[in-house]
Design a protein around this ligand. Structure first.
Ligand SMILES: *Cc1c(COP(=O)(O)O)cnc(C)c1O
Length: 394
């Protein structure tokens, strides 16, 4: 988000050594030569929209997720919107969403005509507080949409027990969580409807793209129709249209990138875990950053986002981010509390409604974490944080 320098490949002079170092963005996709060659082959094949590569990618994702039905989309946003439509959710319905998430999680609820009901998150995990979620259930609640924040899974046992008690659907926003697992079970290999994102910043990319893992096989055809003009499985001949479907099918060019990425996903996520562990070891600042919850081996570390100790600083987050940028390091903000944007204030949400989300939204900073960075990069980030926070201490 706040990382335009990413694109312009800025360089910065290291304060200590005077050496030029490449700008380190907070996220960067890993695209290898094999992937580039595969893209060229698909482009030359004459079939570049949805076709054999999409079929193969969906089959590979299904394999990865224990044989579940998986359908791909042009984005997670599209997948989430179709999931809501497939559940028959619309005007008069309520969907419970966390207040600490990306815009898409609640926007899709508005787009289908339902009302997003925000719930605060737990301060440590930044995942939806399931106790508060249960208290927010009404007779109009049709679904709960948790986010596995930064790749740290929500407590799945408690989540599905809650859903069962109240007879509501679960649509997991697993945009951060491809490769995450809860008690040894991969996110997306169980549960109701699970949406993944393949945006370039995510753990697996198709440039833009997403996928939906589907439990109810009777819903697959409806989801295919909602994905493509109301038609089943892309077929335009001899079929009726029963629903005004959208247009969310992935291209074969994108799918072949996804196939190559999926082959390396475990390796990518291992690197992410190693760098996160190194941050925990080496990030030592005064005043101290509040580090994110560590989770266990099931954490896919989509991002590493500590909180700034703002009450012990004589400058704000923008100053910290600017100082990091001057040292050649990109820092993101994921995310401002969602209920405080104008759209949601107009629905009646106010500052003070969700103190945990608001505190995180004010003080969170996303530090660089991606598979192709190095141990040295992590150390450089740690040293820069220590230097800058020492200088900004009040
Ligand atoms: C990235 C993201 C999305 C949207 O993903 P797209 O594929 O860009 O549509 C949704 N929810 C969360 C939490 C995300 O981080």
């Amino acid at each position: 988000m706040a990382d335009r320098a990413h694109a312009r490949k800025a360089t910065a002079r290291s304060a200590s050594t005077g050496r030029q170092t490449a700008f380190l963005p907070f996220a960067r996709p890993t695209i290898d030569e094999e992937t580039i060659a595969a893209v060229a082959a698909v482009l030359r094949s004459g079939w570049i929209a949805s076709g054999p590569q999409v079929d193969a990618f969906e089959a590979a994702l299904s394999d990865y997720l224990g044989g579940r039905a998986v359908r791909t989309f042009t984005s997670a946003t599209g997948a989430l919107e179709v999931a809501l439509q497939a559940c028959g959710i619309g005007p008069g319905d309520e969907v419970i969403v966390p207040a600490m998430t990306f815009a898409a999680t609640a926007n899709v609820v508005v787009r289908v005509g339902a009302r997003p009901v925000f719930v605060d998150v737990e301060p440590a995990t930044r995942n939806i507080d399931l106790g508060r979620a249960e208290a927010a259930v009404t007779s109009r609640t049709r679904a709960i949409m948790p986010v596995h924040f930064a790749g740290l899974p929500v407590d799945m046992d408690a989540l599905y027990a809650l859903a069962q008690r109240h007879g509501v659907r679960v649509i997991e926003d697993a945009a951060h969580a491809i490769g995450s697992s809860h008690r040894g079970r991969r996110i997306g290999s169980f549960g109701d409807l699970i949406a993944f994102s393949f945006h370039p910043n995510k753990n697996l990319t198709t440039i833009e793209g997403g996928a939906l893992s589907i439990r109810e096989s009777v819903e697959v055809k409806q989801i295919e129709r909602l994905r493509f003009h109301g038609l089943e499985n892309g077929s335009e001949s001899g079929m009726d249209i029963l629903v005004a479907g959208g247009k969310y099918n992935l291209s074969d060019v994108a799918a072949c990138v996804g196939l190559a990425q999926l082959r390396r996903l475990e390796q990518f996520n291992r690197r992410r875990r190693e760098f996160a562990a190194r941050y925990f070891e080496r990030l030592d600042t005064d005043p101290p950053l509040l580090l994110p919850a560590r989770g266990d081996e099931g954490h896919s570390w989509h991002m590493f986002a500590p909180l700034l100790p703002l009450d012990r600083m004589r400058a704000g987050r923008v100053d910290f981010i600017r100082a990091m940028r001057e040292r050649g390091i990109g820092v993101g903000v994921h995310y401002p509390a969602l209920h405080l944007f104008s759209l949601y204030r107009k629905m009646g949400y106010r500052p003070g409604d969700f103190p945990n989300a608001e505190h995180i939204g004010r003080s969170t900073v996303t530090l660089p974490l991606f598979p192709a960075m190095s141990e040295n990069d992590v150390d450089r980030v740690c040293d820069s944080c220590a230097g800058i926070l020492g200088r900004l201490r009040n």
